[in-house]
Design a binder for this molecule. Structure first.
Ligand SMILES: Nc1ncnc2c1ncn2[C@@H]1O[C@H](COP(=O)(O)OP(=O)(O)OP(=O)(O)O)[C@@H](O)[C@H]1O
Length: 285
C-alpha cells in the first residue's frame, strides 16, 4: 500500500477528537475519492498526509516517506491543492511556474501549457487578476504538471463552473500516470464520478467504507424501482419510485456505482463494508 494510516488519533486544540484510531490504506496508482460531509475532516486528513499537521498518535506513511518529517525528497513528490493557494502579490502565471516549478524535479512545462490551454488560460495573466475559479484552474494545472507521485486535491471543483468541471475530469484523467496516486476530497460527489477508481467515505472520525469501484459494482446493484423489492440494502424515495441498492446476483449485469446513493447509504448506516464484502453474492434463481 502506497498510503498507509494506522491508529491515527488527531484533535485540534480544545476540540473533541476528530480522528480516533483511524485506519486507511491506498494502493499505488489509485485515484481515490475521499468523500465526507462538511466538517468530517477531509481537509484535515489531507493536511496530515502532507505533513502540514501532525498526528497526536499513530503512523502515517506515503511510500517510504513519513510526512511529518517534511524531508526534501518527500516535498518534491507531493502536491496538495487547497482552496486558497498563497502566491506572491503581482505574479503572472509564467512567473509562478518559473519560481515554483523549480521545486519539482519532474515538472513539465509543455504539459502545463497544454492544460492551461485546455482550461482557456494564458500564462501572461496575473494571478491576482484572475477569478477564484480561474486561479483554481491554474493551480490544478500546475499540480498535474508537477508529476508528483502523490497528488492531494482538496475540493478541486470548488469555484469551477459546469463546463469547467467536465474539462477538469478530462485533464485529470489525461494527465496521470500509473505511478501516481491521486486523492480527491469532495462533498460534491457527482464531480468525481467517472474519474475515481476507489472510494473512501469518512464519517464520525473513521473511514467507514474504503472500496474499489469495480469490486462494488461486482457486489452491489444500483437501480430504480417503482416499488420496494425485498432484500434491499438501502433505498431512497425518487420521484414516484425508489432508488435502491441491493446485492447483485450472479449473472445479473453490473451497474455503475451510484456514488451519491452509496454515500447516503453509508452515512445513514444502512450499508457498511461488512454488509457488502462478507455477504455472499446470491445465486440467480
Ligand atoms: N484550525 C482549526 N482549529 C480548530 N478546529 C478546526 C480547525 N480546522 C478545522 N477545524 C474543525 O475540524 C473539523 C474538520 O474540519 P475539516 O476542514 O477537516 O473538514 P472537511 O471535511 O474538509 O469539511 P468541508 O467539506 O466543509 O471542507 C471541523 O469541525 C472544523 O471546524
Amino acid at each position: 500500500m502506497i498510503v498507509s494510516v494506522k491508529d491515527l488519533n488527531f484533535s485540534y486544540p480544545k476540540r473533541q477528537p476528530l480522528f480516533e484510531e483511524l485506519q486507511w490504506s491506498v494502493p499505488a496508482g489509485s485515484v481515490v475519492g475521499l468523500l465526507g460531509r462538511n466538517g468530517a475532516g477531509k481537509s484535515t486528513l489531507l493536511h496530515l498526509l502532507s505533513g502540514l499537521l501532525f498526528p497526536k498518535s499513530g503512523a502515517i506513511a506515503l511510500g517510504p516517506h513519513i510526512p511529518k518529517d517534511r524531508k526534501p525528497e518527500f516535498l518534491e513528490q507531493i502536491f496538495l491543492l487547497i482552496d486558497e493557494v498563497a502566491y506572491p502579490g503581482n505574479m503572472s502565471i509564467a512567473m509562478y511556474e518559473k519560481v515554483m516549478g523549480a521545486f519539482y524535479p519532474d515538472f513539465d512545462s509543455c504539459q502545463f501549457d497544454q492544460i492551461l490551454t485546455d482550461f482557456g488560460l494564458e500564462k501572461k495573466f496575473k494571478l491576482k487578476e484572475l477569478s477564484l475559479g480561474e486561479r483554481k484552474k491554474v493551480f490544478l494545472s500546475f499540480g498535474l504538471s508537477t508529476n508528483c507521485k502523490f497528488l492531494l486535491f482538496d475540493e478541486p471543483t470548488n469555484g469551477l463552473d459546469i463546463p469547467s468541471k467536465s474539462v477538469f475530469r478530462k485533464v485529470v484523467a489525461g494527465n496521470l500516470s500509473d505511478e501516481q496516486t491521486l486523492i480527491i476530497s469532495t462533498h460534491l460527489v457527482a464531480d468525481v464520478e467517472n474519474l475515481i477508481d476507489r472510494v473512501a467515505i469518512l464519517d464520525n472520525g473513521k473511514i467507514q467504507l474504503d472500496a474499489d469501484l469495480l469490486e462494488l459494482s461486482d457486489r452491489l446493484l444500483f437501480s430504480t424501482s417503482s416499488s420496494l423489492p425485498d432484500h434491499i440494502l438501502h433505498s431512497e424515495k425518487f420521484g414516484t419510485g425508489y432508488q435502491i441498492i441491493r446485492s447483485r446476483k450472479e449473472n445479473e449485469a453490473q451497474t455503475p456505482v451510484g456514488l451519491e446513493l452509496l454515500f447516503n447509504a453509508v452515512l445513514s448506516k444502512s450499508l457498511d463494508a461488512n454488509s457488502i464484502f462478507q455477504s455472499q453474492i446470491p445465486q440467480m434463481l
